[in-house]
Write a protein that binds this ligand. Structure first.
Ligand code: PLP
Length: 399
């Protein structure tokens, strides 16, 4: 009998989305005539822009003739895409090198797989509430996790306590689920803390394209010192509508080096290259060809048109909350709006109230951690009509 990885016994069953689906199914079965509006989805709804679609088609056609056919490509991504990403960073004022860019099929897989580079006895720091992937992947490896509270007092943007040590730190900004986004001064505090602790920051910037406040950093590498302490994860999922198409990228700076117990210097860039070339055979050429268009000016403009469409929904949602003086975080620089459940309600209780009274589905904050107990997440991934209708109904909750 194989000895199993019993750390899996410690991974909490993910009740959140299955429980939501279960409650919605039960409600619609009992009330088939009611029109339920889903405002809880963390998935884009608009189609991919024509610039990306044309390059996806071009990629498919390349497979049809022996002159242009592509077999295995470089595991870390084609140069045309890596260079496109480097140029995109440059336009945002950040210098990275092409061999620091690793193309993959998802930021979820990369943020999970990066744990391969770290020993089991590291102290991992994650904020609460949090994107569950960071917690579950470290639990699967048996690492100790310490939580840092994100709450209304710190605007859901916690800063480190210099007295507490961590080796690996997870930061997601703009944040899922809270929508909160760090400014440069706050991120500098994290970078300085990481440097002082010889820690690594796992920086998830999947929502950077949603930032509308131009003073906020889109990359942790906009912060001095970050090249020595951070790995950045980004994705075309929310930016370009690639949630079903799959393409992401991870930046591992060559300055990121630590000393092994035997005195050898180890480069995380070299380790990740070794890891990826061993366990991954690259993202499909077709997808990378399509993805490359998202980094051209014309393709990026189309991506931003979709994001601006979602921004309109953010406005509709935040206006409805403003009208009822409900405290919320996020929106503006994020597709997520995170608000305090009215009258001190618990988030599942509020979920049931919304479903039963107004047939609007959101995500109870408690599913992301204890600090979400009295919070609720709505997303702007929907059409304007549904969002307007949902918020019109929302207003009637208070009559
Ligand atoms: C959606 C999302 C991603 C993107 O993951 P992919 O695997 O690239 O689709 C990454 N991080 C967070 C926090 C997300 O919400």
């Amino acid at each position: 009998m194989p000895k199993l990885n019993e750390n899996y016994l410690n991974v909490k069953a993910s009740y959140l989305f299955s429980e939501i689906a279960h409650r919605v199914a039960a409600y619609t079965a009992a009330n088939p005539d009611k029109n339920v509006i889903r405002m809880g989805i963390g998935d884009v709804t608009l189609p991919i822009g024509s610039e990306m679609i044309a390059k996806l088609h071009e990629g498919v056609d390349a497979m049809a003739s022996s002159e242009t056919f592509k077999g295995y490509g470089p595991e870390q991504g084609y140069d045309f895409l890596r260079n496109g990403i480097v140029d995109y960073y440059k336009r945002n004022g950040v210098t990275i090198a092409a061999d620091e860019v690793f193309v993959s099929d998802g930021a979820k897989s990369d943020t999970g797989n990066i744990t391969d580079l770290f020993a089991k006895d590291n102290i991992v720091m994650v904020p609460d509430p949090v994107y569950p992937v960071y917690v579950d992947t470290n639990t699967m490896d048996g690492r100790e996790i310490i939580y840092i509270d994100a709450n209304a007092e710190n605007n859901f943007l916690p800063l480190p306590d210099p007295k507490v040590h961590a080796d690996v730190i997870y930061i997601c900004s703009p944040n899922n689920p809270t929508g909160a986004a760090y400014n440069k001064e706050q991120l500098k505090v994290w970078v300085d803390y990481a440097l002082a602790n010889e820690a690594v920051i796992i920086y998830d910037s999947a929502y950077e394209a949603f930032i509308s406040d131009e003073t906020l950093p889109r990359s942790i590498f906009a912060i001095e010192g970050a090249r020595k302490c951070a790995i950045e994860f980004c994705s075309l999922s929310k930016t370009a509508g690639f949630t079903g198409t799959r393409c992401a990228y991870t930046i591992v700076p060559k300055d990121l080096k630590f000393t092994a117990s035997n005195g050898t210097e180890m480069s995380l860039n070299a380790m990740w290259l070794r890891r990826q070339t061993t366990k991954f055979n690259g993202t499909s050429f077709i997808v990378q060809n399509g993805a490359s268009a998202a980094f051209t000016e014309a393709g990026h403009k189309q991506c931003m048109e979709n994001i601006n469409y979602y921004r309109e929904n953010e406005k509709i949602i935040s206006e409805a909350l403003d009208k009822r003086n409900i405290r919320y975080f996020g929106g503006v620089n994020s597709p997520y709006i995170w608000f305090e459940c009215p009258n001190g309600m618990e988030s599942w209780e509020f979920f049931d109230l919304m479903l039963n009274k107004i047939q609007v589905v959101g995500t109870p904050g408690t599913g992301f951690g204890k600090n979400g107990t009295h919070f609720f997440r709505l997303t702007s991934f929907n059409n304007h009509e549904n969002t307007r209708e949902a918020m019109k109904r929302f207003d009637t909750l208070f009559d």
